[in-house]
Design a protein around this ligand. Structure first.
Ligand SMILES: *Cc1c(COP(=O)(O)O)cnc(C)c1O
Length: 239
């Protein structure tokens, strides 16, 4: 059996190759795209190996798993992204270790994260998660704010003490008009990003694309891709 370090190194090399090809095909520079490795359901020892292999951005989607993992890796220089649906009662905990929360999707969560960041004396980067298939006033099935509510939520983040508006995130919808049309979905997200950047040029992060559709995200203009399975392997359970 090959050891875990070798397995991760090989997987990372393959993902790196995919990102590089997608950048070349889109006429983009490789440095324009940051790889975030989604380490959910995998142990802190894997995070450590990934760090040794040069990974600097990791993501988690559940506070109860992420908090101890981040604590176990606090000696490593890593940027921690939180990408899961987040209850307001976890905001304190998440603000203690996360550098960027990518799943900001409602005013109540903005208020909770703001209070938590101020309490922790930290500045928390925030991405507004867009649910491209949600109707105004409603949330997406996997979190996210409806397209028509993006601007208002972005403004709320922008005004909240302790929070920094960094940009937008999406997960390609499984149902609705964008089902199976990842690139169209990501291009739509880019339109919202352009609008956002017109007033707030610093909010230029666009997080889109996972193991199955990172090429489409890079083609559309994503600045960050979130890759789990392709680096770490198929997760033992849904996470
Ligand atoms: C799990 C997860 C990913 C990574 O998905 P893979 O298909 O394993 O690459 C990306 N984004 C979010 C929000 C996730 O929850």
């Amino acid at each position: 059996m090959t050891d875990r370090r070798t397995e991760l190194a090989e997987n990372l090399a393959r993902v790196e190759e995919r990102i590089a090809s997608a950048c070349a095909a889109a006429g983009r520079k490789r440095e324009e795209v940051t790889l975030i490795v989604v380490t959910k359901t995998y142990p802190a020892s894997d995070v450590r190996l990934l760090h040794e292999l040069g990974v600097r951005h990791v993501a988690e989607n559940k506070d109860q798993e992420a908090a101890p993992k981040a604590a176990a890796c606090s000696d490593l220089s890593l940027t921690w992204h939180f990408v899961g649906q987040l209850q307001t009662n976890k905001a304190r905990s998440v603000a203690g270790y996360a550098d960027i929360v990518q799943s900001v999707d409602r005013p109540k969560l903005v208020r909770a994260l703001s209070a938590a960041a101020v309490h922790a004396g930290r500045e928390l980067g925030c991405l507004v998660q867009v649910a491209l298939d949600a109707e105004s006033g409603r949330q997406g099935d996997r979190g996210g704010v409806a397209p028509g509510d993006v601007e208002e939520l972005a403004a709320a983040v922008d005004e909240a003490p302790g929070l920094r508006l960094d940009g937008l995130m999406t997960v390609a919808p499984l149902a609705g008009p964008y089902a199976g049309r990842q690139q169209a979905a990501f291009e739509r997200l880019m339109e919202f990003s352009s609008r956002l950047r017109a007033d707030r040029p610093a909010a230029n992060m666009v997080s889109a694309g996972m193991s199955a559709d990172l090429e489409q995200a890079v083609a559309a203009g994503a600045t960050h891709v979130r890759v789990g399975t392709a680096v770490l392997g198929v997760r033992p359970r849904l996470g």
